[in-house]
Design a protein around this ligand. Structure first.
Ligand SMILES: Cc1cc2nc3c(=O)[nH]c(=O)nc-3n(C[C@H](O)[C@H](O)[C@H](O)COP(=O)(O)O)c2cc1C
Length: 254
């Protein structure tokens, strides 16, 4: 199956699969959702936020442990302070690590620091977030995209099996519900930089067993959304013969 922007056809009813049928409303919501990075300043109505949270509350979780706490931040004062502090922490890190800026000597020293940090935080400092942090440090983009609401997904580490996975599923329910109701959303992993500051850990009650690694920016999107972000074609192995038979390789997404 292949989805191209603007090529989603007429919708099918739910619960009745037919070969070659058009995308149904659930599939359309999944495929149309985009990360929104421009919001109107007026927030969504509280009742709408509550309804979106219901989709998160009903997410599946291992052992039905529901290892999450939700925090809604709408206070403009708090949002401004969170943005300011997040930028401050990112600037601090980038001062030592951004080896793309400054004179030759600075770049060499910064590269050494960056290599050391990357060894310890390989996911956080993968090139994409690294580039984003560099842009934030230079004032080219905000951390929270000036969203009028942030939904913090606080993980309870006592969950069964793999609580971060439960958080991901819960958040995906939230962004899909938001999109289905006409709201824009964007996952923000960079909120974790605030956890370096005791002030925010205290404010949000983040100490064991809780951890805050992600939030969702939410609001009315400004008219222009980001364009389609391409996805890789996947080579999927299908085991549908005998135990010792080789899998059939099928291309998914072409
Ligand atoms: C766990 C997670 C963390 C993310 N963190 C950020 C972030 O800090 N800032 C941001 O602008 N986008 C963030 N994103 C959004 C991704 O960049 C985006 O989902 C990806 O580029 C695909 O685009 P799409 O959501 O429009 O399909 C994050 C997404 C996920 C799933």
């Amino acid at each position: 199956m292949n989805v191209k922007e603007g090529k989603l056809e007429e919708m099918s009813p739910l619960y009745a699969y037919e070969e070659g049928m058009p995308w149904n409303p659930v599939e359309k919501i999944i495929m149309e959702r985009r990360s929104i990075r421009g919001f109107r300043s007026d927030p969504l109505p509280d009742a709408m936020i509550e309804r979106i949270l219901e989709a998160g509350r009903f997410a599946p979780s291992a052992g039905n442990m529901q290892p999450w706490r939700f925090i809604v931040v709408k206070s403009r004062e708090m949002l401004a302070e969170m943005e300011k502090d997040a930028v401050k922490v990112i600037k601090f890190f980038m001062f030592f690590m951004d080896y793309t800026k400054g004179n030759f000597l600075r770049r060499i020293v910064a590269k050494i620091y960056a290599k050391i940090f990357i060894r310890f935080l390989p996911n956080e400092l993968q090139p994409v977030p690294f580039g984003l942090m560099s842009q934030i440090a230079q004032g080219q983009t905000p951390v929270f995209h000036n969203a009028p609401t942030l939904l913090l997904l606080v993980e309870d580490r006592r969950g069964v099996s793999c609580p971060p996975m439960d958080i991901g599923i819960c958040g995906q329910n939230i962004v899909l519900a938001a999109h289905s109701l006409g709201a824009g959303s964007c996952w923000i992993g960079l909120i974790k930089v605030l956890m370096y500051l005791p002030k925010w850990r205290k404010k949000f009650g983040i100490k064991y067993p809780y951890r805050l690694e992600v939030c969702i920016a939410l609001g009315w999107q400004k008219p222009k959304a980001d364009g389609m972000v391409p996805r890789e074609t996947q080579i999927v192995e299908w085991y549908d013969k005998g135990l010792n038979d080789a899998p059939q390789m099928k291309k998914q997404g072409e």
